[in-house]
Design a protein around this ligand. Structure first.
Ligand code: AMP
Ligand code: MG
Length: 490
């Protein structure tokens, strides 16, 4: 039975989402599990949320992370949402997650606390509502790596094993991830409102979103159009950051795009080793819809789906509303390109803008593709001024490029040290390389050894530190050209 928990963990919930119209959620308690065990706890994140890490390790709290007990003030619910999955519109909703509530930290900031893998809900369709340990640890590792890289993301507070087996292709250990997010409002939440709600309900969701994420625009006369613009800006910036680090989300369905601008739902995502714009890791993405180089385009497509949901709020006349939305959306690609270009300049230590920069950058990327250079290590080598560490050294085109780039750096006002400083802050020396992630998951899942993952997460928390400890995490797997496959986080 679920009881109120009275520990001193520091839970301080509000439940603003539950004050939205009933359409948007179902009250839903997590389904209790057999014998929960805490396997990972993010103590730093806990502290930043105003939670007491020591108390979170106690039995009471482990029962909270497993859904067996509710923390005081929680009002659990499953959120309703829809989404375009690989281009097809479907009703979805939290089929294996519940939102416990919103933790208010000491600074008054609000964070969703969600249990993922918490059992069946009315939105589960044929699913069992559960999650396997491997994928939950994977989300933990990658989301925390993204945070270290300075990329907006949901975060991971804890993982518990449930003591229950779940059935996939084989029997796997069950687990629950406690996910922390600015919110879980998705493009798909708006699509759900537009498809099944009345105009007042779309408006209620838009007003709620503005209040929660974009409070500065609340007084705007055109605030729904401004909301669209703000979300476009956030996404343009986010996707540029993915592209600049070689991150491939893998399932950019509209239900996996957060209105807050955080990266959300780590399923079959991965970081690219060898630079190839056509890279796809996800085993379910057979046509490469969500390939590396398609990500900016898909984000634009998803934003158009978002804009459609706002039409009733943009103008009384539908044709007029469409015109307004299209006009606004037309600036997205330029926004994205501007972020990408300034990010690429920073990766090359360029402090000011020159017309030829784009061509200089593209020339490098073309050579990297042609010679199958490692994305992260190429920029790392340039940062350390060790061109001999790239596979392209000695190739005339690269050597020529290198001297043109060097003279570009000399031409600018700042010193070479300043350029190098900028590069050090823009080029991570470590990323969660696929073979390292797999190694950590294998040790945890098969041998109950979480130390490999702990060390990896620790290294990934400071990706710009360029310490000697990083070196062993920079090496490529022996078989780095064997295509890596990721499977959906089920
Ligand atoms: P995802 O692939 O995690 O973005 O999930 C897509 C949809 O499938 C969401 O509505 C999930 O809640 C639902 N879903 C995924 N796995 C399960 C599961 N094991 N049981 C029930 N629903 C699930
Ligand atoms: Mg999802």
């Amino acid at each position: 039975m679920i009881n109120q928990n009275s520990s001193n963990a520091g839970w301080n919930f509000d439940n603003s989402y539950a004050r939205l119209p009933k359409l948007f959620y179902n009250k839903q308690n997590p389904v209790p599990v057999d014998s929960p065990r805490l396997v990972v706890l993010n103590e730093k994140l806990a502290a930043s949320l105003g939670l007491d890490a020591q108390s979170l390790k106690e039995e009471e709290s482990i029962h909270v992370f497993s859904g067996n007990r509710l923390p005081e003030g929680a009002a659990p619910l499953a959120q309703a949402y829809a989404g375009h999955q690989f281009g097809h519109f479907t009703m979805l909703g939290d089929g294996r997650a519940v939102l416990l509530g919103e933790q208010i930290d000491h600074g008054g900031n609000r964070f969703d606390i969600q249990l993922k893998g918490s059992g069946r809900t009315p939105f589960s369709r044929g699913g069992d509502g559960r999650a396997a340990l491997g994928p939950m640890l994977r989300e933990y590792i990658i989301s925390e790596a993204m945070y270290g890289l300075g990329i907006p993301t949901t975060r991971s507070l804890a993982v518990v094993t449930t003591g229950e087996k779940i059935l996939r292709e084989t029997e796997l250990p069950g687990a629950i991830l406690t996910r922390v997010a600015a919110s879980h409002i998705r493009v798909g939440t708006f699509q759900y409102a537009a498809a099944w709600g009345k105009d007042e309900e779309i408006k209620a969701l838009a007003d709620y979103t503005i209040k929660r994420h974009y409070p500065d625009i609340e007084i705007d006369d055109d605030r729904y159009l401004t909301l669209l613009r703000e979300v476009m800006k956030k996404q343009a910036e986010l996707i540029a950051k993915w592209m600049l680090t070689g991150f491939i989300h893998g399932v950019m369905n509209t239900d996996n795009m957060a209105i807050s601008g955080e990266t959300i739902d780590y399923g079959p995502c991965a970081f690219m080793d060898t630079y190839d714009p056509a890279t796809v890791f996800s085993s379910i993405d057979r046509e490469g819809r969500y390939a590396y180089s398609n990500q900016p385009i898909i984000a634009g497509w998803n934003l158009a789906r978002f804009a459609e949901t706002l039409l009733p709020l943009l103008a009384r006349d539908e044709e007029k509303a469409v015109e307004i939305a299209q006009e606004e959306l037309s600036s997205y690609m330029d926004m994205y390109r501007a972020h990408w270009l300034s990010g690429m300049r920073a990766k090359l230590g360029i402090l000011n803008a020159e017309q030829e920069d784009q061509a200089l950058i593209e020339k490098l990327l073309d050579m990297m593709q042609k010679h199958r250079a490692d994305f992260t290590n190429t920029f790392r080598a340039l940062t350390l001024d060790k061109p001999e560490d790239t596979v392209m050294k000695g190739i005339k085109a690269f050597d020529d490029w290198y001297s043109i780039w060097k003279s570009r750096l000399k031409r600018q006002e700042g010193t070479l040290e300043e350029a190098q400083q900028l590069m050090r802050h823009s080029n991570p020396s470590v990323i969660p390389r696929n073979h390292r992630v797999e190694e950590a998951l294998k040790a945890a899942v098969e041998e109950n050894d979480f130390s490999v993952m702990e060390r990896l997460v620790n290294v990934l928390s400071k990706p710009f530190a360029y310490t000697s400890e990083h070196e062993e995490y920079c090496t490529l797997p022996e078989s780095s050209n064997i295509p890596y496959r990721t499977f959906c986080g089920t």
